[in-house]
Ligand binder design. Structure first.
Ligand code: GUN
Length: 292
């Protein structure tokens, strides 16, 4: 069994990006600039945005954090997005989700110029991704593909079972893995809460991508010997033995599943670190105006 080290892979990629940024600057080109909008003080969002700004520093990007209180109006937020769309110094920007209930997340996402949508959430980027056109691919699916690539895991002709059909993980990763490309050319089955034969499907899988947000859902009796397991789950499960009072728990019962696998991602330290790294890759693409 090979443990897929997402932390090391992400660190390597950030160093590669930093090298490329140095090269860009040496050629007199502009320093890529990422802006993050954070509304309110949600603990998880604060942590994620701080990590994104830190990663920008490591990559040599300029980063700007714009903060609003919870009571910001949708109109105010949309006006700021319009300003960022028109600001030539800003290559890409994100609005950290979730947003307060009185603001429509979909309206916000669709207000972002798709050429600056480094989260890859705009319907134009989602659509382009699904038909294989150049696009900003959202962070988690892009991170999963990068791990498969960096560990030389074969996907062509393999049976991939994706557990979960969310717009930001399940659907796009299924689309990407069925494309005529590497990683891709796989036979993909997407299972979800209405699937009746989920265990049987999993037992046929060469690769399982677990993205349901259900802690320890995938057990050893659902996994074929030698399968590749990608665990996207990151549920905070209360735990009295940790300082934070919770334990980040994946969708896969790691201890019993790992011995059966050829490759497996741990939680934490697997897919998680790759997501911010994918955002950095998208910011570099935005800086180079590679998606237009
Ligand atoms: N909230 C949780 N994950 C994400 C993400 O990838 N992007 C944004 N904008 N918000 C998030």
């Amino acid at each position: 069994m090979i443990l897929i080290d997402g932390k090391k892979t992400a660190d390597d990629i950030k160093l590669e990006i930093a090298e490329e940024v140095k090269q860009l600057l040496a050629e007199g080109k502009k320093q890529p600039h990422l802006v993050a909008i954070l509304v309110g003080h949600d603990g998880g969002s604060e942590t994620y945005v701080a990590a994104k700004c830190k990663a920008c520093e490591v990559c040599g990007f300029k980063s700007t954090l714009i903060r609003y209180e919870d009571d910001v109006t949708e109109v105010e937020l949309l006006a700021r997005i319009e300003e960022l769309n028109n600001d030539d110094d800003v290559d890409g920007f994100i609005v950290q989700l979730p947003l307060p209930k009185h603001i429509s997340e979909q309206k916000v996402i669709e207000a972002i110029d798709y050429k600056k949508d480094v989260d890859g959430f705009h319907p134009i980027n989602v659509g382009r991704t699904s038909i294989g056109l150049p696009a900003f691919v959202s962070a988690t699916p892009a991170g999963i593909l990068e791990l498969l690539k960096r560990y030389n895991i074969e996907t062509a002709g393999k049976h991939v079972v994706v557990l979960g059909r969310s717009n930001i993980v399940g659907k796009p990763v299924a689309q990407l893995l069925m494309q005529k490309a590497y990683p891709g050319n796989a036979t993909v089955t997407v299972c979800h809460s209405y699937s009746k034969d989920l265990k049987e499907q999993c037992l046929k899988a060469d690769i399982i991508i677990a993205a349901l947000g259900s802690p320890n859902f995938v057990t050893a009796d659902m996994v074929k010997e030698g399968a590749v397991i990608i665990d996207v789950g990151t549920t905070r499960v209360p735990n009295a033995n940790t300082k934070s009072g919770f334990k980040l728990t994946g969708d896969v019962k790691f201890d019993e599943v790992a011995p059966k696998c050829s490759y497996i991602t741990p939680v934490p330290g697997g897919v998680g670190p790759m997501t911010i790294c994918s955002l950095m890759k998208n910011t570099l693409l935005a800086g180079k105006k590679a998606i237009y």
